[in-house]
Structures are given as C-alpha cells and as structure tokens.
Design a protein around this ligand. Structure first.
Ligand code: ADP
Ligand code: MG
Length: 623
C-alpha cells in the first residue's frame, strides 16, 4: 500500500509517523533510539556534525556551536528575527537578500555559515532515517520511493516565505513534500475531527519554547483557521528555568558554592530541573540530590503545589491568548466543541485544569500531546495516497484570483492561501469616455501581469450610463465558497446593473502545478515589480494628461502665455515618453516628465481657483 510519512518539524522536537495497513502509529526505531528527535544540530570545531540528543547535550558547554530553535529563523530575514536573536546564544548574520544565517566558529578563526533550511534539513534527515530504521525492523522494503514523500507540518501563522523555506529544507534532505499542513489542523485530524459535520475546535499547543493557540472550524471535511494567537517566548523551558533558579538559590545558601560560574553545573541543573518538572506532572512531589563538588551535596525538594504557584502567571498568560483568539474568531467559550492539547508542556496538570475552567469541559487528551501533530500529518498522507493527485482538497484558495485592469496589470482580489469561504469587493471604473460596457477578465496566478497568469473566465457588464471615463462606479465582488467555487459579480452602483459568472478555479490544476506557479512568481518577483511599476506609471501619466487637457479646455485661455507654454511643453514631453513601445519605454524619462507636468498642473489648479475666487469677489463688489 502506498502511504506517505507525516513529519512534525518542531521547534524543540521533531517526529515521524505513518498510516499503513498496520494502522496509524509513530515509527519507533529499534534499540534505544527515540523516535522523538531534539531539533538541535551541532557543528564541532573539526567539522563533525551532530544531530538530536548528542547535539543537545553539548548546548551549555558550546552554546555558540549548538543550534537549536532553527525554526524561529527559517524563511525570515535577520531584521525580522532581531528580537528572538537576542535570546539565542549563537551568532546570527545577514545572508543574501537579508536572510538570517547562523555563523558557527571553526578552527583558526574560520567559520561556517548555515542557513536555517540546512539546519532543518539535517533534523528532517535524522527523523526520516529513524523512521526508515523502524520500518525496516518491521520487515518493510525501505527502497520504496514513496517513503521519501512526506506530509510536513508548519505553524498556522507561518507566512509564505516561512512555508517555502520549510519545503526547501525537506528538498535539501531529499524528501518530497506532498503537502504542507498546519500543525493545529494536523492535531485535529489525529483526533478524527475532519469527519465531523461541523465543529469549532481550539488547539492549545504549549511546546518547549513557544506557545500557539488556534481556533479552527471544520465543516464537511474542510478546515478553516479562524484565528491564531500565541507567544513566541513561552514554553516548558520557562518552567525549567524557574526550577533551576530555585535550585541555584538553595545551592548558594546551603553550600556557599557559586554554580552560576560553571557551565557544566548549569547544564546539569537544567537537565535536573526538566526531569523534576516532568515527574511533577504525575506525582505530587519530588526531590533530588545535587552534587556541586566532591562531597558538597544538597537535596532539592519541590511539591507540585509550589511548582504550580511559580508557573501560574505563565499559564495565565497563555489563557489570555486563548481568550484573544476566541474573540478574533467571534466565538464564545460555549461555542467551542473540542479543545485539543498539543505539545509536551500540556502534560502539566495545571494547564488542563485552567482550560477546563475556561471552557467548562475537559480537553481531549487520549492522544499523546507529543505525537498528535505527526500522527495527523500521517493521516492526511493516507487520505492523499488514496486520492487522485489532481483533485485538490481545498481549505484555502491555492492561487490568487483577480481581474485584468488597465494596461494588462493583474488586480488580485483574493490572495493565495486565504481560507475559504471568502469574499472581497473592489471598485473599478471605465477607461474610455461614454463606455457603456466593461469586459471582466478573470485570472488566477501569482504574477503581476495577466499575460503571465491563467485566464479562467470572462463576462461583460453592459448597459452602463454613458459618462466620462472614470465616473461610472463598478463594484466587482469575488466570492469563493467552501467547495472552491468562485462567483464573480460586477455591479454598476448608480444604475444597479449587475452581471456575474461562476467558475471553478481549481479544475485541472494539481498541486505540482500550484507549486511551480508559486515558485516561478518568487523567481520573477523583481522583474514583475518593474513591469508593474511601468504600467502603473503609464496609467498615472495618461490620467494626468487627460486631466490637464480638460482643465486647459475649461479655463486655459485665461493663463499667462509663459505658463501656457511651459504646460504645453510638459504635456508634449509626457506624450513623447508615453509614445514609446513597451520594451523601450524609458521609465525614468516618463517619471521625470510626469513629475514636471504634475508640479505645473498643481500650480494651474491653484491659479484657476484663485482666479475664480477673485472673479467671485469682483462680482460681489459690483453687485
Ligand atoms: P515543540 O513543539 O516546541 O518542539 P514539544 O511539544 O516537544 O515542543 O514540547 C517540549 C516540552 O515539553 C519541553 O519543555 C519538555 O520539558 C516538556 N515536557 C515533556 N514531557 C513533559 C511532562 N511529562 N511534563 C511536563 N512537561 C513535559
Ligand atoms: Mg510542537
């Protein structure tokens, strides 16, 4: 049976799962290896690369070469991560296009720059290697190429750049991403909530260093993210730090030692604090013996009650984000059908207690919160494997939709990745005087010019009042329903005259094609912006010309001759710059000519007004 692996690429841990004839499960490699790989990569001075626990264990000794939290950097510029970079112990530098890179020192002042994609690729490769080892141990043929195809998860708030970079990481690991899905959607799929007729779902994800909450609505198998909130600096690590701090205080008081000065002891305390925290999730109290130096020991003891007092403000902070997310989704706690717990830190009993108080119902907890996202991704893979590739299951608009405007520009009314159903209206006007009909040409794509997009439909709105260009007001509305059906309506606002058409934009477009179109638009972005600016400039120049000529007709005779002369000269310069063909259009010359004309017409308008005012004043006096 063909099935895709699901991979949860987490900030602190990553994991693979599969759905096949043996059911949905996390792939546990044979021996002592854990399926849960810490998302940490280390580069040693001699060039050795470590991934997972081996890397994590060095983190306090060699903070500058142990890279954790690469997910915080992926697909982002150095400027965008400036705040988070301050909390990371390794060096971040600016790469091509401003991208954030990690600079790791090597021998003799040399260094290596790694992109977050390369770091994530190592993590993905390691997760994948362990998954294959598990399958092989179960007697499966691991040369099967379908095992390199994966469903990969990303946070719901990831933007296009972050999503693309995550895909690139998978490509670097020689994996093919069949589908990227949102982490909260994956968690909901793990619980089988995709089969509900309709449900409102809150996904509460408290991991090691980040907190995310999402409100989803599922309706006939389609997931919509209604809102997301969170805190990029809140997680289980903060709980560990509170315990570590108390340990340090006690050690200083009781033994007089200064453990803060020793990275080894700090590292040991951090691990001890995390272990004690985990124990307090199932036990009421716990203690451990800490050896600061030969024969210098102390026993640290902590009850769950005290621990909960310490972390209460942090968990409360997450609850405020939950409330904000509900508000944005325009839901009341009572409207929420299910609450899902994701992330290792939701094992802390205080978390589910506060959530239960908030919603007056217990959160779902039958699936291990560490595994839910990977399991859901695998489930999605199983659905896709059983489906024909060219049928797109829509939960968002896969490609931007819009119409052709002046000069062949593409006006996008609905942007790619907008959750369905959605609707957007914009106003347009006529381009020619006394125009009584408008052709609405509908396109789909990511480029700036319609010639680079795909035409998916057209219709004509007729019977417009014969008015000067620019006066009729035509509202164009794009509506995409849950099934992905697009309805475009054009309505002239004065007369109420309306025309519309329905198209199914996803028809005949498969995911590969969507991928190609999006990557092409990224490649051509620079070129497109130039072309788009040139068109916008032409359109503006034409409008200014028209306005000037109209103004001259209306009151031009009264102008002083030298002003009329310079105006006419400026008009002809703009016309000349406009006259050139597209390829040779000298944008700079047009821009300059237009600037000059605009400054003159500005003056003209002032002069016309003041002459009108003085005329009025004169009549008043005389009358
Ligand atoms: P991420 O999604 O950010 O990769 P995880 O979901 O893997 O993070 O969560 C990791 C966090 O969960 C760590 O802070 C870890 O200490 C914490 N954690 C794991 N098990 C428990 C437990 N039993 N009790 C409390 N916290 C736990
Ligand atoms: Mg996670």
């Amino acid at each position: 049976m063909n099935s895709f692996l699901g991979i949860d690429l987490g900030t602190t841990h990553s994991l693979a799962a599969i759905v096949d004839e043996n059911g949905a499960r996390v792939l546990v490699p044979p021996g002592a290896e854990s399926p849960l790989v810490p998302s940490v990569v280390a580069l040693l001075e001699d060039g050795t690369i470590l991934v997972g626990n081996a890397a994590k264990n060095l983190s306090l000794l060699h903070p500058e070469r142990v890279i954790h939290s690469a997910k915080r950097l992926i697909g982002r510029t150095k400027a965008e991560v400036a705040l988070e970079a301050a909390t990371l112990p390794y060096r971040i530098v600016e790469g091509p296009g401003g991208r954030a890179l990690v600079r790791i020192p090597l021998k003799d002042g040399a260094y290596q720059d790694w992109s977050p994609e390369e770091i994530s690729a190592r993590i993905l490769a390691e997760v994948h290697r362990r998954a294959l080892a598990a399958l092989q141990a179960q007697g499966r043929e691991i040369q099967d190429p379908s095992l390199r195809q994966i469903v990969l998860t990303v946070p719901a708030y990831f933007d296009e750049a972050q999503r693309q970079a995550t895909k690139r990481a998978a490509e670097l690991a020689q994996l093919e991403v069949i589908r990227l899905i949102n982490e909260p959607t994956a968690a909901a799929l793990a619980y089988g909530l995709g089969e509900r007729e309709q449900a409102n779902i809150v996904v509460y994800d408290l991991g090691g260093g980040t907190f995310d909450v999402s409100v989803l609505r599922v309706q006939e198998g389609i997931f919509r993210v209604l809102s997301t909130h969170g805190d990029t600096q809140l997680g289980g690590d903060d709980f560990d730090r509170l315990i570590q701090k108390a340990m340090l205080e006690q050690i200083e008081q009781e033994t007089g030692a200064k453990p803060k000065e020793s990275p080894q002891i700090l590292s040991q305390l951090r691990l001890a604090a995390e272990a004690l925290k985990k124990r307090l999730s199932s036990e009421e109290e716990g203690g451990l013996e800490i050896e600061v130096a030969e024969g210098n020991k102390t026993t640290f003891h902590l009850t769950r009650k005290t621990f909960e007092e310490w972390i209460q403000p942090l968990v409360e902070r997450s609850m405020r984000a939950v409330r904000a997310s509900l508000r944005d989704a325009e839901l009341l706690p009572a409207d929420v059908d299910e609450i899902i717990l994701v992330g290792g830190s939701t094992r802390v009993p205080l978390v589910s207690r506060l959530l239960e108080e908030e919603f007056q119902k217990p959160p779902l907890s039958s699936i291990d919160p560490d595994l839910a996202v990977a399991l859901g991704a695998a489930r999605q893979g199983a659905v896709l494997a059983g489906k024909s590739q060219d049928l797109l299951l829509l939960d968002v608009v896969p490609l931007s939709l819009g119409i052709e405007t002046l000069g062949g520009a593409f006006a996008k009314l609905i942007l790619r990745n907008t959750p369905v159903p959605c609707s957007h209206t914009e106003e347009f006007s006529t381009q020619v005087d006394k125009q009584t009909g408008i052709d609405i040409n509908i396109y789909q794509g990511e480029r700036e010019l319609v010639k680079d997009c795909r035409k998916i439909g057209s219709f004509k709105l007729t019977g417009l009042p014969a008015l000067p260009a620019g006066l009729p007001r035509v509202a164009v509305t794009f509506t995409v329903d849950e099934q992905g059906l697009l309805r475009v309506t054009a309505r002239e606002l004065r007369t109420g005259k309306t025309a519309s058409v329905e198209v199914r934009p996803s028809l005949g477009i498969c995911e590969d094609e969507v991928r190609r179109i999006v990557s092409e638009s990224i490649e051509k972005a620079g070129e497109d912006m130039g072309a788009r600016e040139a068109i916008d400039l032409r359109n503006k120049a034409e409008a200014v010309l028209k306005g000037t000529e109209a103004a001259l007709r209306a009151g031009g005779e009264g102008l002083p001759p030298e002003q009329a002369y310079s105006l006419k000269k400026a008009v002809s310069r703009v016309k000349k710059a406009l006259g050139k063909k597209d390829e040779e259009q000298d944008t700079l010359a047009l821009h300059q000519a237009l600037e000059e004309l605009s400054s003159l017409t500005g003056q003209l308008a002032d002069d016309l007004i003041s002459s009108a005012v003085s005329k009025a004043l004169k009549t008043e006096k005389n009358g």
